[in-house]
Design a protein around this ligand. Sequence first.
Ligand code: 5IU
Length: 463
Amino acid sequence: MDKVQLVTSLYKIGAIKFGHFTLKSGQTSPIYLNLRQVISYPDLLRAIANLLWEKIRSCRFDSLCGVPYTALPIATCMSLQHSVPMLIRRKEKKAYGTKQKIEGVFKPGEHCLIIEDVVTSGGSILETALDLAEEGIQVMDVAALIDREQGGKESLHQKNYNLHAALTLSEVLAILLNSAPLSEAERLLINQLIAERTHISQRKSYAARASFCKNELTKKLWTLMDEKRTNLAFSADVTSGEELLALADRLGPEICILKTHIDIIEDFHPELTVQLRRLAQQHQFLIFEDRKFADIGHTVKLQYAGGIYHIADWADIINAHSLPGLRMITGLAETGLKMKRGLLLLAQMSSTNNLLTPEYTEKTVAIAKQFPEFVMGFIAQKKLSSDPQWIYMTPGVHLSTEGDALGQQYVTPQQAILENGSDVIIVGRGILKAKDPLAAAKLYRSAGWEAYEESLKQVAPAV
Ligand code: 5IU
């Protein structure tokens, strides 16, 4: 059963209704989604379980936990079909016996995927995640059938939970309008709701973002991305200068940024950086030296401007860990501002078991706010704040999300840009190890750009 058949069936059984309703969150709404009775329609229940499974099949988890009550049968269905163990969270405190809130067999540290039917504010999901966390069970992903697009996804994101919704309410409305046997009054109401929703675009275009930032280089980058129609940064982790130049020349027309690790070049010579700058000018991309500074202000200043690499002379963008604190940034900014450069702070990493906790990430965002003239934004796995001045660049992007043997974890361009709200995808081996790196770069470029264009169509309504 596809989404259209499912949504029209849900309408026919009265699981989607129009009128005047008060939701669990206290908000009122002209649309009511009540999936409790799907247990009376096994085909629908199975279709929902299948749709959800499709959304989360690349996620990593050891068990499933449905948010009580409506999602419990959905979770059960997925558990049975895919032989994944299930946990149940008690909603009411047990007055006798063990008093435990989580039923089922689990090991502390295991990953549990939460299943929900409809997400409004995300409150019930957060409660479930909290109870699981008390038992040492980690939650990274949440699967839901319908996202009402009322801020639930954002509040879950803030707590580092990824919401994978099979349908948004906007999609449900569009499907109903096209395919359901609606009454005239319902048709009018849905048209009105869609009209209200479409002029509040959630995402600003790259061109529009240029007017929000205080760092001049970020402005230039937004404009470059918009005009060149690319949000692809190529991570050229090669060890020969000649190969680096050849790649920069060949892939230059496809990318907005060339990311280098200059210290892995075995035959480094200052002429290499002169050539790189010439190619950056010719093909219109910025150079990002992925140096990850992480020392006291005095030392990073020397590392940035001096040594054998003279990074400040040729790299438009550098990055730094926020670990050493504010004054390290002052050390970098002294040189960087003079040269009209930009800094990205490392707010999150893509590697498994890294030590960058949500609290560290939050503090990193707070540090950035103190240096808006120099900090461009973040290296992160997802958008971290609604402030449009920051740019987000995501490494660990690959069309196959398999990861590598040394802890790299991948997301797809679609996940990075559309689901996680990032702005730039950083791709290394996905391009470098391809038989034809140019063809691969074109593929990543169009995947990244399509995801961006799709994200502009997403709307932030309050229905
Ligand atoms: N990189 C990451 N993850 C991070 C950070 C940087 O992969 O969290 I911070 C770098 C490492 C490498 C590139 O230079 O991005 C990714 O390369 P692959 O696409 O080949 O995995």
